[in-house]
Design a protein around this ligand. Structure first.
Ligand SMILES: [Zn+2]
Length: 329
């Protein structure tokens, strides 16, 4: 059908005037992100039984597999060694590979490169390879990624470059991070609330976590555009904890609504952004900050983390330190 006459002309004009705007505002941008999950088998593995770690892992990986999300998990093998539980803990790691995910090294004992000598750190990397490499080999896969604990990539440029050379000589690619909403901080408070059956606090934490994630993404997507003129494929840092096991579906939904597609870490790292100069040294932070600081721009206006969650976390740690050691656990 074709509109004719004055009415048609006006209608056509209105379309020209009106249509482009809603279509722009409603268009979902094409974005891509790789999901990475650190501190495996679990952030608070030392306070969990092997059975609980298996239960948490099964729930987390169930959602990720169902939604076909490619994920690399990063392991601290020290957490495997608890008397009588080693098999169960290794089984939890195995599940990652059985479900079709990948594992990388996060050093044996979660050691910061900024706090020990380079040699001591390199030993931690090597020590962290044993079980993970064996499991990967069983699945015909290779150990190829390293994630720096605390994102500490070196306190000076010499250390940073020497560490990178060492890593590449052992076949590693560094796994950078560009998006981080501190789920480990929420996770500790959430797990405490979960243990006590405080459902109201759990819900409050989940809402705050998703809200803070939105703020972090708003901020770093803009920083991306300011730096590169486009948004590179991002890499999100999450942690193995009950908060993610229970709620990662909501997080994935939030990201989908922002126009994100989930890609493998290898795909994300093929973005040219990851080969721009990076001379950042100092306290661990995300790679968008690295690139910005390397160019001489100190990023300002970073979203501030909700103080009440920090306070709750401190309170839990204070209580734990004051409590008498449990006889068995
Ligand atoms: Zn970590």
């Amino acid at each position: 059908m074709k509109a004719t006459g004055a009415f048609g002309a006006i209608a056509a004009l209105l379309c020209l005037l009106v249509l482009p705007f809603p279509s722009y505002s409603q268009a979902t941008p094409q974005r891509a992100i790789a999901i990475t999950i650190d501190d495996l088998p679990a952030g608070s593995a030392n306070a969990m039984t092997g059975t609980e770690i298996l239960e948490m892992t099964t729930k987390l990986l169930g959602t990720l597999r169902e939604q076909k999300i490619p994920v690399v998990g990063f392991v601290n093998e020290q957490k495997l060694y608890k008397t009588g539980e080693v098999d169960q803990r290794i089984k939890a790691l195995s599940l990652w590979l059985d479900y079709g995910f990948e594992l990388g090294n996060h050093t044996f004992a979660h050691t910061s490169l900024n706090r020990v000598t380079l040699q001591a750190w390199e030993e931690e990397v090597i020590r962290g390879e044993t079980v993970t490499r064996m499991l990967l080999e069983q699945h015909k896969m290779k150990l190829r990624y390293l994630r720096h604990p605390y994102l500490d990539a070196g306190r000076d440029l010499k250390t940073r470059r020497e560490a990178e050379e060492f890593l590449s000589s052992r076949g590693y690619q560094v796994a950078p991070v560009t998006m981080d909403a501190w789920d480990w901080m929420y996770g500790g408070v959430y797990e405490d609330a979960r243990k006590r059956g405080d459902a109201a606090l759990q819900q409050q934490l989940v809402s705050s976590y998703l809200e803070y994630t939105t703020t972090v993404f708003d901020y770093y997507e803009k920083l991306s555009r300011d730096l590169f003129g486009y948004e590179p494929k991002q890499v999100l840092l999450l942690h193995g904890n009950w908060l993610e096991a229970d709620h990662i579906g909501e997080l994935l939904e939030l990201l989908r609504k922002r126009g994100y597609q989930f890609v493998s870490l290898a795909d994300a790292l093929s973005d040219v952004a990851y080969s721009v100069p990076d001379e950042y040294v100092g306290e661990g932070t995300g790679w968008l900050d690295h690139w910005s600081i390397t160019r001489g721009h100190i990023p300002l206006g970073e979203p501030s983390f909700p103080q009440w969650v920090i306070d709750k976390s401190r309170e839990i740690h204070r209580q734990a330190a004051a409590a008498p050691a449990p006889a068995t656990k």
